[in-house]
Design a binder for this molecule. Sequence first.
Ligand SMILES: [Zn+2]
Length: 457
Amino acid sequence: MPGLLLRDIAHLVTFDADDRELRDVDLRIAGGRVAEIGQLQPAPGEEVVNASGLLVLPGMINAHQHLYQVGLRCIAELERATLETWLSGLGQLCMRWWRDGYFTPESVAALARAGMVESLLCGVTTIADQHYFFPGGVTAPYIEATIEAAREVGIRLHAGRGTMTMGHRDGGMAPDETCQTIDEVVRHSSELISEYHDPDPMARIRIHLAPCGPHVDHPELYAIFAELAAEHPGVGLHTHLYEQIDTEFCRQRYGRTPWQVIGEAGWHRDTTWLAHMVDAPVAEVADYAAAGVGLVHLIAPDLRMGFGLASVREWLEEGCTVGFGTTGSASNDGCNQLGDLRVAALAHRLSSADPDRWLSVRELLAMATRGSAHCLGRTALGVIEPGAAADLAAWDITSVDRVGVHDPVAGLLMTGLSDRAELVTVAGEVVVRDGRCVSADEETVAAGAHAALPPPA
Ligand SMILES: [Zn+2]
Protein backbone atom coordinates (compact mmCIF):
# COMPACT_ATOMS: atom_id res chain seq x y z
CA MET A 1 0.00 0.00 0.00
CA PRO A 2 1.51 3.38 -1.00
CA GLY A 3 2.12 5.83 1.79
CA LEU A 4 0.12 8.97 2.47
CA LEU A 5 1.41 12.37 3.53
CA LEU A 6 -0.95 14.88 5.10
CA ARG A 7 0.76 18.23 4.53
CA ASP A 8 0.31 21.44 6.50
CA ILE A 9 -2.36 20.12 8.86
CA ALA A 10 -4.02 23.22 10.28
CA HIS A 11 -4.59 21.68 13.72
CA LEU A 12 -3.65 18.19 14.87
CA VAL A 13 -5.08 16.82 18.12
CA THR A 14 -3.03 13.79 19.13
CA PHE A 15 -4.57 12.64 22.44
CA ASP A 16 -1.12 11.24 23.20
CA ALA A 17 0.12 10.99 26.79
CA ASP A 18 0.88 14.73 26.81
CA ASP A 19 -2.34 15.71 25.00
CA ARG A 20 -0.25 17.49 22.41
CA GLU A 21 -1.92 19.69 19.83
CA LEU A 22 0.18 20.75 16.85
CA ARG A 23 -0.37 23.40 14.18
CA ASP A 24 0.89 23.56 10.59
CA VAL A 25 2.46 20.14 10.79
CA ASP A 26 2.87 17.19 8.41
CA LEU A 27 1.95 13.57 9.14
CA ARG A 28 3.18 10.52 7.27
CA ILE A 29 1.28 7.21 7.12
CA ALA A 30 3.05 4.02 6.10
CA GLY A 31 2.20 0.36 6.54
CA GLY A 32 -1.14 1.16 8.14
CA ARG A 33 0.46 3.15 10.95
CA VAL A 34 1.40 6.71 11.74
CA ALA A 35 5.06 6.84 10.70
CA GLU A 36 6.22 10.40 11.36
CA ILE A 37 4.93 13.77 12.52
CA GLY A 38 6.88 16.97 11.85
CA GLN A 39 8.07 19.06 8.93
CA LEU A 40 8.30 16.41 6.22
CA GLN A 41 9.06 16.15 2.52
CA PRO A 42 7.08 13.87 0.17
CA ALA A 43 8.65 10.50 -0.49
CA PRO A 44 8.66 8.94 -3.97
CA GLY A 45 5.29 7.38 -4.84
CA GLU A 46 3.57 8.84 -1.80
CA GLU A 47 0.14 10.42 -2.12
CA VAL A 48 0.12 13.96 -0.77
CA VAL A 49 -3.04 15.48 0.69
CA ASN A 50 -3.30 19.21 1.29
CA ALA A 51 -4.52 19.35 4.90
CA SER A 52 -4.12 23.10 5.39
CA GLY A 53 -7.83 23.53 6.07
CA LEU A 54 -8.25 20.45 8.24
CA LEU A 55 -8.61 19.69 11.92
CA VAL A 56 -7.26 16.14 12.36
CA LEU A 57 -8.15 13.84 15.26
CA PRO A 58 -7.68 10.15 15.97
CA GLY A 59 -10.56 8.20 14.44
CA MET A 60 -13.30 7.88 17.04
CA ILE A 61 -14.28 4.59 18.62
CA ASN A 62 -17.93 3.86 19.31
CA ALA A 63 -17.63 1.69 22.40
CA HIS A 64 -21.27 0.52 22.44
CA GLN A 65 -23.45 -0.12 19.42
CA HIS A 66 -26.17 -2.52 18.19
CA LEU A 67 -25.87 -2.24 14.43
CA TYR A 68 -28.98 -4.25 13.52
CA GLN A 69 -31.04 -1.52 15.20
CA VAL A 70 -30.34 0.80 12.27
CA GLY A 71 -33.65 -0.61 11.04
CA LEU A 72 -35.50 0.55 14.15
CA ARG A 73 -35.30 4.33 14.11
CA CYS A 74 -38.04 6.76 14.99
CA ILE A 75 -40.87 4.28 15.53
CA ALA A 76 -43.88 6.57 15.96
CA GLU A 77 -45.62 4.59 18.70
CA LEU A 78 -42.36 4.39 20.71
CA GLU A 79 -41.34 8.01 20.32
CA ARG A 80 -42.19 8.76 23.93
CA ALA A 81 -41.80 5.55 25.93
CA THR A 82 -39.83 4.57 28.99
CA LEU A 83 -37.54 1.58 28.94
CA GLU A 84 -39.89 -1.31 29.69
CA THR A 85 -42.55 -0.19 27.19
CA TRP A 86 -39.90 0.56 24.63
CA LEU A 87 -38.15 -2.81 25.07
CA SER A 88 -41.35 -4.79 24.78
CA GLY A 89 -42.57 -2.78 21.75
CA LEU A 90 -39.24 -3.23 20.04
CA GLY A 91 -39.13 -6.94 20.83
CA GLN A 92 -42.59 -7.53 19.40
CA LEU A 93 -41.74 -5.63 16.22
CA CYS A 94 -38.51 -7.58 15.70
CA MET A 95 -40.26 -10.90 16.34
CA ARG A 96 -42.86 -9.99 13.71
CA TRP A 97 -40.11 -9.18 11.24
CA TRP A 98 -38.48 -12.52 11.97
CA ARG A 99 -41.72 -14.48 11.57
CA ASP A 100 -42.36 -12.64 8.28
CA GLY A 101 -38.87 -13.51 7.04
CA TYR A 102 -37.38 -10.02 7.25
CA PHE A 103 -34.94 -10.58 10.11
CA THR A 104 -32.19 -12.56 8.38
CA PRO A 105 -28.39 -12.49 8.35
CA GLU A 106 -28.63 -10.72 4.99
CA SER A 107 -30.92 -7.99 6.31
CA VAL A 108 -28.78 -7.58 9.44
CA ALA A 109 -25.72 -7.17 7.22
CA ALA A 110 -27.49 -4.62 5.01
CA LEU A 111 -28.52 -2.55 8.03
CA ALA A 112 -25.06 -2.91 9.59
CA ARG A 113 -23.44 -1.66 6.38
CA ALA A 114 -25.58 1.48 6.56
CA GLY A 115 -24.64 2.04 10.20
CA MET A 116 -20.99 1.49 9.43
CA VAL A 117 -20.95 3.94 6.52
CA GLU A 118 -22.79 6.53 8.63
CA SER A 119 -20.20 5.95 11.35
CA LEU A 120 -17.24 6.43 9.02
CA LEU A 121 -18.80 9.63 7.73
CA CYS A 122 -18.92 11.14 11.23
CA GLY A 123 -15.33 10.10 11.99
CA VAL A 124 -15.84 6.74 13.73
CA THR A 125 -13.22 4.19 12.63
CA THR A 126 -13.90 1.39 15.14
CA ILE A 127 -17.23 0.06 16.37
CA ALA A 128 -17.85 -2.23 19.34
CA ASP A 129 -21.07 -3.96 18.38
CA GLN A 130 -23.26 -6.15 20.57
CA HIS A 131 -25.74 -8.42 18.81
CA TYR A 132 -27.98 -10.07 21.39
CA PHE A 133 -31.19 -10.67 19.46
CA PHE A 134 -31.58 -14.29 18.35
CA PRO A 135 -35.29 -14.72 17.64
CA GLY A 136 -36.63 -18.20 18.20
CA GLY A 137 -33.47 -18.93 20.18
CA VAL A 138 -31.82 -19.84 16.87
CA THR A 139 -28.13 -19.09 16.33
CA ALA A 140 -28.38 -17.72 12.81
CA PRO A 141 -25.14 -16.14 11.53
CA TYR A 142 -26.09 -12.54 12.25
CA ILE A 143 -22.71 -11.74 13.82
CA GLU A 144 -20.79 -13.49 11.06
CA ALA A 145 -22.72 -11.40 8.50
CA THR A 146 -21.95 -8.21 10.44
CA ILE A 147 -18.24 -9.07 10.44
CA GLU A 148 -18.29 -9.60 6.68
CA ALA A 149 -20.04 -6.23 6.28
CA ALA A 150 -17.27 -4.56 8.31
CA ARG A 151 -14.64 -6.10 6.07
CA GLU A 152 -16.43 -4.81 2.97
CA VAL A 153 -16.88 -1.30 4.33
CA GLY A 154 -13.36 -1.09 5.77
CA ILE A 155 -14.17 -0.25 9.40
CA ARG A 156 -12.65 -1.95 12.44
CA LEU A 157 -15.14 -4.06 14.37
CA HIS A 158 -15.24 -5.55 17.82
CA ALA A 159 -18.09 -8.00 17.35
CA GLY A 160 -19.85 -8.74 20.61
CA ARG A 161 -21.53 -12.10 21.10
CA GLY A 162 -24.60 -10.80 22.85
CA THR A 163 -26.99 -13.05 24.71
CA MET A 164 -30.31 -13.28 26.43
CA THR A 165 -30.46 -16.44 28.52
CA MET A 166 -32.91 -15.66 31.35
CA GLY A 167 -36.48 -15.44 30.14
CA HIS A 168 -39.71 -14.89 32.00
CA ARG A 169 -40.03 -18.58 32.81
CA ASP A 170 -36.71 -18.37 34.72
CA GLY A 171 -37.74 -15.19 36.51
CA GLY A 172 -35.77 -12.98 34.12
CA MET A 173 -37.03 -10.10 32.02
CA ALA A 174 -36.42 -11.37 28.47
CA PRO A 175 -39.22 -12.81 26.35
CA ASP A 176 -38.78 -16.61 26.38
CA GLU A 177 -38.87 -16.81 22.56
CA THR A 178 -35.68 -14.71 22.34
CA CYS A 179 -33.65 -16.70 24.88
CA GLN A 180 -30.91 -19.23 24.28
CA THR A 181 -29.34 -21.81 26.55
CA ILE A 182 -26.01 -21.08 28.18
CA ASP A 183 -24.52 -24.13 26.45
CA GLU A 184 -25.52 -22.81 23.04
CA VAL A 185 -24.18 -19.28 23.53
CA VAL A 186 -20.90 -20.62 24.90
CA ARG A 187 -20.58 -23.02 21.97
CA HIS A 188 -21.19 -20.25 19.46
CA SER A 189 -18.94 -17.79 21.30
CA SER A 190 -16.06 -20.26 21.19
CA GLU A 191 -16.69 -20.79 17.49
CA LEU A 192 -16.63 -17.04 16.81
CA ILE A 193 -13.37 -16.63 18.74
CA SER A 194 -11.61 -19.41 16.87
CA GLU A 195 -12.96 -18.26 13.50
CA TYR A 196 -12.62 -14.48 13.72
CA HIS A 197 -10.81 -13.15 16.79
CA ASP A 198 -7.47 -11.48 16.07
CA PRO A 199 -5.34 -10.60 19.13
CA ASP A 200 -2.87 -8.56 17.05
CA PRO A 201 -2.55 -4.93 18.26
CA MET A 202 -3.56 -3.80 14.77
CA ALA A 203 -6.48 -6.22 14.46
CA ARG A 204 -9.39 -5.32 12.20
CA ILE A 205 -11.73 -7.82 13.85
CA ARG A 206 -12.00 -8.86 17.46
CA ILE A 207 -14.62 -10.80 19.38
CA HIS A 208 -15.90 -9.93 22.82
CA LEU A 209 -18.38 -11.66 25.09
CA ALA A 210 -21.40 -9.53 25.78
CA PRO A 211 -24.38 -10.67 27.86
CA CYS A 212 -27.23 -8.22 27.46
CA GLY A 213 -27.58 -7.56 31.19
CA PRO A 214 -28.09 -9.10 34.64
CA HIS A 215 -31.87 -8.76 34.26
CA VAL A 216 -31.88 -11.08 31.21
CA ASP A 217 -28.79 -13.24 31.77
CA HIS A 218 -27.82 -15.75 34.43
CA PRO A 219 -24.86 -15.01 36.75
CA GLU A 220 -23.50 -18.44 35.70
CA LEU A 221 -23.15 -17.18 32.15
CA TYR A 222 -21.19 -14.15 33.33
CA ALA A 223 -18.86 -16.50 35.22
CA ILE A 224 -18.36 -18.84 32.26
CA PHE A 225 -17.71 -15.89 29.94
CA ALA A 226 -15.11 -14.52 32.39
CA GLU A 227 -13.26 -17.84 32.23
CA LEU A 228 -13.58 -18.08 28.44
CA ALA A 229 -12.28 -14.53 27.93
CA ALA A 230 -9.32 -15.19 30.22
CA GLU A 231 -8.26 -18.05 27.95
CA HIS A 232 -8.08 -15.80 24.88
CA PRO A 233 -5.88 -12.65 24.89
CA GLY A 234 -7.77 -9.65 23.57
CA VAL A 235 -11.23 -11.11 24.11
CA GLY A 236 -13.03 -8.54 26.23
CA LEU A 237 -16.11 -8.63 28.42
CA HIS A 238 -18.94 -6.20 27.86
CA THR A 239 -22.47 -5.75 29.19
CA HIS A 240 -25.19 -3.23 29.91
CA LEU A 241 -25.07 -2.25 33.57
CA TYR A 242 -27.07 0.16 35.68
CA GLU A 243 -29.45 0.84 32.82
CA GLN A 244 -32.02 1.46 35.57
CA ILE A 245 -33.98 -1.71 34.81
CA ASP A 246 -31.31 -4.03 36.26
CA THR A 247 -30.78 -2.12 39.51
CA GLU A 248 -34.06 -3.02 41.18
CA PHE A 249 -34.01 -6.48 39.56
CA CYS A 250 -30.64 -7.34 41.13
CA ARG A 251 -31.71 -5.96 44.52
CA GLN A 252 -34.84 -8.09 44.54
CA ARG A 253 -33.42 -11.29 43.07
CA TYR A 254 -29.92 -11.32 44.52
CA GLY A 255 -29.91 -8.71 47.29
CA ARG A 256 -26.95 -7.18 45.47
CA THR A 257 -26.15 -4.24 43.21
CA PRO A 258 -25.54 -5.06 39.53
CA TRP A 259 -21.85 -4.27 40.13
CA GLN A 260 -21.72 -6.83 42.94
CA VAL A 261 -23.50 -9.43 40.81
CA ILE A 262 -20.99 -9.22 37.98
CA GLY A 263 -18.12 -9.01 40.48
CA GLU A 264 -19.06 -12.36 41.98
CA ALA A 265 -18.88 -13.72 38.43
CA GLY A 266 -15.31 -12.47 37.99
CA TRP A 267 -16.01 -9.37 35.94
CA HIS A 268 -14.11 -6.80 38.05
CA ARG A 269 -11.15 -6.71 35.70
CA ASP A 270 -9.55 -4.39 33.20
CA THR A 271 -10.80 -6.31 30.17
CA THR A 272 -14.38 -5.43 31.13
CA TRP A 273 -16.23 -2.39 29.85
CA LEU A 274 -19.73 -1.42 30.90
CA ALA A 275 -22.42 0.47 28.98
CA HIS A 276 -24.67 3.20 30.42
CA MET A 277 -23.89 3.15 34.19
CA VAL A 278 -26.42 5.97 34.37
CA ASP A 279 -27.96 4.61 37.55
CA ALA A 280 -24.65 3.67 39.19
CA PRO A 281 -24.19 4.87 42.79
CA VAL A 282 -21.39 7.39 43.24
CA ALA A 283 -20.27 5.40 46.31
CA GLU A 284 -19.11 2.58 43.99
CA VAL A 285 -17.06 4.74 41.60
CA ALA A 286 -13.78 4.19 43.46
CA ASP A 287 -14.32 0.44 43.05
CA TYR A 288 -14.75 0.85 39.28
CA ALA A 289 -11.45 2.72 39.13
CA ALA A 290 -9.67 0.15 41.31
CA ALA A 291 -10.95 -2.73 39.16
CA GLY A 292 -9.82 -0.96 35.98
CA VAL A 293 -13.11 -1.48 34.17
CA GLY A 294 -14.11 0.85 31.34
CA LEU A 295 -17.30 2.89 31.58
CA VAL A 296 -19.07 3.96 28.40
CA HIS A 297 -21.06 7.17 28.45
CA LEU A 298 -24.12 7.08 26.19
CA ILE A 299 -25.68 10.50 26.40
CA ALA A 300 -28.28 10.21 23.63
CA PRO A 301 -30.05 7.06 24.87
CA ASP A 302 -29.69 8.16 28.49
CA LEU A 303 -31.59 11.32 27.62
CA ARG A 304 -33.95 9.76 25.08
CA MET A 305 -35.13 7.15 27.58
CA GLY A 306 -35.40 9.77 30.34
CA PHE A 307 -32.70 8.19 32.50
CA GLY A 308 -30.83 11.42 33.21
CA LEU A 309 -27.15 12.26 33.38
CA ALA A 310 -24.53 9.71 34.36
CA SER A 311 -21.95 10.83 36.94
CA VAL A 312 -19.22 11.27 34.37
CA ARG A 313 -17.37 14.02 36.24
CA GLU A 314 -17.10 11.72 39.27
CA TRP A 315 -15.85 8.88 37.06
CA LEU A 316 -13.12 11.09 35.62
CA GLU A 317 -12.13 12.50 39.01
CA GLU A 318 -11.74 9.00 40.40
CA GLY A 319 -9.47 8.02 37.49
CA CYS A 320 -11.83 5.63 35.74
CA THR A 321 -11.34 4.67 32.10
CA VAL A 322 -14.23 6.46 30.36
CA GLY A 323 -15.30 5.87 26.78
CA PHE A 324 -18.16 7.10 24.64
CA GLY A 325 -20.71 5.52 22.34
CA THR A 326 -24.11 5.85 20.78
CA THR A 327 -25.75 2.49 21.56
CA GLY A 328 -28.03 1.10 18.84
CA SER A 329 -30.14 3.36 16.70
CA ALA A 330 -33.34 2.10 18.30
CA SER A 331 -32.76 4.05 21.52
CA ASN A 332 -30.76 6.80 19.87
CA ASP A 333 -32.52 7.17 16.50
CA GLY A 334 -29.12 7.72 14.90
CA CYS A 335 -25.48 6.75 15.20
CA ASN A 336 -23.83 10.12 14.87
CA GLN A 337 -21.17 9.98 17.55
CA LEU A 338 -19.92 13.50 16.85
CA GLY A 339 -23.44 14.88 17.17
CA ASP A 340 -23.88 13.03 20.44
CA LEU A 341 -20.71 14.61 21.81
CA ARG A 342 -22.28 18.01 21.21
CA VAL A 343 -25.37 16.91 23.11
CA ALA A 344 -23.15 15.76 26.00
CA ALA A 345 -21.21 19.03 26.03
CA LEU A 346 -24.46 20.91 26.51
CA ALA A 347 -26.43 18.48 28.67
CA HIS A 348 -23.78 18.12 31.36
CA ARG A 349 -24.01 21.84 32.06
CA LEU A 350 -27.20 20.95 33.89
CA SER A 351 -25.29 18.69 36.28
CA SER A 352 -23.72 21.43 38.39
CA ALA A 353 -23.85 25.16 39.02
CA ASP A 354 -20.04 25.11 38.97
CA PRO A 355 -18.78 25.46 35.37
CA ASP A 356 -15.50 23.76 36.32
CA ARG A 357 -17.47 20.54 36.76
CA TRP A 358 -18.98 20.64 33.28
CA LEU A 359 -17.45 18.33 30.66
CA SER A 360 -15.16 20.19 28.28
CA VAL A 361 -15.04 19.59 24.56
CA ARG A 362 -11.55 18.14 24.86
CA GLU A 363 -12.57 15.83 27.69
CA LEU A 364 -15.44 14.54 25.57
CA LEU A 365 -13.32 14.07 22.45
CA ALA A 366 -10.71 12.26 24.57
CA MET A 367 -13.42 9.92 25.82
CA ALA A 368 -14.59 9.20 22.25
CA THR A 369 -11.04 8.41 21.08
CA ARG A 370 -8.40 7.36 23.61
CA GLY A 371 -10.93 6.55 26.33
CA SER A 372 -13.01 4.23 24.16
CA ALA A 373 -9.83 2.63 22.82
CA HIS A 374 -8.71 1.82 26.37
CA CYS A 375 -12.16 0.40 27.15
CA LEU A 376 -11.61 -2.03 24.28
CA GLY A 377 -8.02 -2.77 25.27
CA ARG A 378 -6.74 -1.12 22.07
CA THR A 379 -3.91 1.21 23.06
CA ALA A 380 -2.74 1.54 19.44
CA LEU A 381 -6.07 3.17 18.55
CA GLY A 382 -7.55 6.50 19.60
CA VAL A 383 -4.19 8.27 19.57
CA ILE A 384 -1.97 9.91 16.95
CA GLU A 385 1.71 9.19 17.51
CA PRO A 386 4.37 7.25 15.61
CA GLY A 387 3.53 3.55 15.70
CA ALA A 388 -0.19 4.06 16.36
CA ALA A 389 -2.76 2.79 13.91
CA ALA A 390 -3.32 5.24 11.06
CA ASP A 391 -7.00 5.71 11.90
CA LEU A 392 -7.62 9.40 11.43
CA ALA A 393 -10.62 11.66 11.01
CA ALA A 394 -10.42 15.20 9.66
CA TRP A 395 -12.93 18.01 9.34
CA ASP A 396 -12.83 21.18 7.23
CA ILE A 397 -12.51 24.21 9.51
CA THR A 398 -12.53 26.79 6.74
CA SER A 399 -16.17 26.45 5.69
CA VAL A 400 -18.72 29.24 6.05
CA ASP A 401 -20.39 27.60 9.04
CA ARG A 402 -17.11 27.77 10.98
CA VAL A 403 -16.22 31.39 10.34
CA GLY A 404 -15.29 33.23 13.51
CA VAL A 405 -14.34 30.16 15.51
CA HIS A 406 -11.45 30.96 17.86
CA ASP A 407 -10.81 27.44 19.11
CA PRO A 408 -11.15 24.95 16.24
CA VAL A 409 -11.44 21.98 18.62
CA ALA A 410 -14.43 23.51 20.38
CA GLY A 411 -15.70 24.63 16.98
CA LEU A 412 -15.87 21.03 15.81
CA LEU A 413 -18.50 20.24 18.41
CA MET A 414 -20.23 23.53 18.91
CA THR A 415 -20.60 24.80 15.32
CA GLY A 416 -21.24 23.46 11.86
CA LEU A 417 -24.16 22.58 9.65
CA SER A 418 -22.92 19.00 9.28
CA ASP A 419 -20.92 16.46 11.24
CA ARG A 420 -19.57 14.86 8.06
CA ALA A 421 -15.84 14.37 8.13
CA GLU A 422 -13.85 15.55 5.15
CA LEU A 423 -11.25 12.78 5.26
CA VAL A 424 -11.15 9.50 7.20
CA THR A 425 -8.55 6.75 7.12
CA VAL A 426 -8.62 3.27 8.64
CA ALA A 427 -5.25 1.53 8.84
CA GLY A 428 -3.99 4.20 6.44
CA GLU A 429 -6.61 3.44 3.79
CA VAL A 430 -8.75 6.38 2.76
CA VAL A 431 -12.39 5.45 3.45
CA VAL A 432 -13.88 8.97 3.33
CA ARG A 433 -12.58 11.57 0.90
CA ASP A 434 -14.04 15.02 0.27
CA GLY A 435 -16.88 14.17 2.62
CA ARG A 436 -17.97 11.08 0.69
CA CYS A 437 -17.50 7.46 1.59
CA VAL A 438 -15.17 5.88 -0.95
CA SER A 439 -14.82 2.40 0.57
CA ALA A 440 -18.49 1.69 -0.14
CA ASP A 441 -21.06 3.37 -2.36
CA GLU A 442 -23.33 5.39 -0.08
CA GLU A 443 -26.37 5.23 -2.33
CA THR A 444 -26.05 1.48 -2.89
CA VAL A 445 -25.64 0.86 0.84
CA ALA A 446 -28.66 3.03 1.67
CA ALA A 447 -30.78 1.35 -1.00
CA GLY A 448 -29.75 -2.08 0.25
CA ALA A 449 -30.75 -1.21 3.80
CA HIS A 450 -34.10 0.22 2.70
CA ALA A 451 -34.77 -2.91 0.67
CA ALA A 452 -34.00 -5.13 3.67
CA LEU A 453 -36.83 -3.62 5.70
CA PRO A 454 -40.44 -4.77 5.57
CA PRO A 455 -42.79 -2.55 3.57
CA PRO A 456 -44.58 0.06 5.72
CA ALA A 457 -47.67 -1.37 7.43
ZN1 LIG B 1 -27.11 -1.06 24.38
